[in-house]
Design a protein. Structure first.
Length: 254
C-alpha cells in the first residue's frame, strides 16, 4: 500500500507503517492521518500479527502540523480531532500487538501516536513529550489520558504543564519507553522484537490485549479531552502560540 506520506510494508506477518514526510519532520496533517488510517485498515485486513509504527528520517513524528492547525476554528478543530482520535483509537484497538519505534523526535501528536501503541522502544537520541502547552493548547489525541497511565499523575502533570521534552533514558526511567537501544541498533532490535511477538499464539495475544484494555475502558476522559481541546481554538493563546512557532519566536501569552 502506498500513500504519498505513509507507507505500509510487509515482512512475513509483520506490517510496518512508516510516516514519510521528512521535510516537515513527519508532522501530521490531514493527508498523513488519512494515510495512517488506511494503512492500519490494510494491516488489519491482511491479518498482521504485529503492526510496527515508525517515522522516516530524523523524527518519529514532530506532532500535529502546526502550520495547518493555526487558523482552525473550533468546528474545524473538532473534525481534525476526530480524524486524529480515529488513528489513535484504531491503534489502541488493533487486534494484534502494536510497536512504536521512536527514533528521533516524538512530540505532541507524535507522542500520542506512540502512546496509543502497546509497546514503545526508543533510540538513544530520541526525544519525547507532550509539548502542546507552549502552543496555547493541550494534548488532544489522548495524551491527557494515556500519559498519566504510563508515567503516573504527578509526572504526567509536570510533563504536560511544562511541555517537557524527555531524553530517551529519562523516558525509560519514567515508564514511557520499554527499552532504549543505541541508534545504530534500533532497526535490528525492532525487527527482532516484532518477530518474537509475531511468533506468539495469535488468539491468546488478542485475548491478552483485549483483557488489558478492559482495565482502561472508561472513555469519558477522552471525550472530555476532545471538547476541551477544540474549545481552545480561537483563543488568543492558541493564536499566539502557533503564530510564534511559525514565525520562529518565543510566544508572549497574556
Ligand atoms: N508542524 C509543522 N511543521 C513542523 C512541525 C510541526 N509540528 N515540526 C517541525 N516542523 C517543520 C519546521 O517548521 C521546519 O519546516 P521549514 O521551516 O523547513 O519549512 C521543518 O519541519 C524542520 O523543523 P526545524 O527547522 O524546526 O528543525 P529543528 O531540528 O531545528 O527542530 C523540533 C526540530 C522538532 C525541535 C522543532 O521543529 C519543534 O519544536 N517542532 C514543534 C514540536 C511541537 O511542538 N510539536 C507539537 C505540535 S502540537 C488535536 C489533537 C491533538 C493535536 C492536534 C489536534 N485535535 C483534537 C483537534 C496535537 C497537537 C500537536 O501535536
Amino acid at each position: 500500500m502506498s500513500d504519498q506520506t505513509v507507507e505500509l510494508e510487509w515482512s512475513d506477518d509483520v506490517a510496518t507503517m512508516t510516516v514519510d514526510r521528512p521535510e516537515a519532520l513527519n508532522a501530521l496533517n490531514v493527508e498523513t492521518l488519512e494515510g495512517m488510517r488506511d494503512a492500519i485498515d490494510e494491516a488489519e485486513a491482511g491479518d498482521a500479527r504485529v503492526l510496527v509504527v515508525r517515522g522516516a528520517g530524523d523524527a518519529f513524528m514532530a506532532g500535529a502540523d502546526i502550520k495547518y492547525m493555526r487558523d482552525l476554528s473550533t468546528a474545524e478543530a473538532q473534525a481534525w480531532g476526530e480524524l486524529g482520535h480515529g488513528v489513535t483509537d484504531r491503534l489502541e484497538g488493533f487486534p494484534a500487538p502494536t510497536l512504536a519505534v521512536v527514533d528521533g523526535y516524538a512530540f505532541g501528536g507524535g507522542c500520542e501516536v506512540a502512546m496509543a501503541c502497546d509497546l514503545r522502544i526508543g533510540s538513544e537520541s530520541a526525544l519525547i513529550g507532550n509539548t502542546e502547552i507552549d502552543l496555547g493548547i493541550i494534548p488532544g489525541w489522548g495524551g491527557t489520558q494515556r500519559l498519566p497511565r504510563l508515567v503516573g499523575e504527578e509526572t504526567a502533570k509536570r510533563m504536560i504543564y511544562l511541555g517537557e521534552r524527555l531524553d530517551a533514558g529519562t523516558a525509560a526511567d519514567e515508564g514511557l519507553f520499554g527499552e532504549v537501544v543505541p541508534d545504530d541498533e534500533i532497526d535490528e532490535r525492532a525487527a527482532e522484537l516484532a518477530a518474537e511477538l509475531a511468533a506468539k499464539p495469535a488468539f491468546a495475544m488478542g485475548a491478552a490485549k483485549g483483557a488489558i484494555a478492559q482495565a482502561y475502558s472508561d472513555r469519558g476522559g477522552l471525550e472530555y479531552e476532545k471538547r476541551a481541546f477544540a474549545g481552545l481554538f480561537g483563543t488568543p493563546d492558541q493564536r499566539e502560540g502557533m503564530a510564534a512557532f511559525v514565525e520562529d519566536r518565543e510566544p508572549e501569552f497574556r
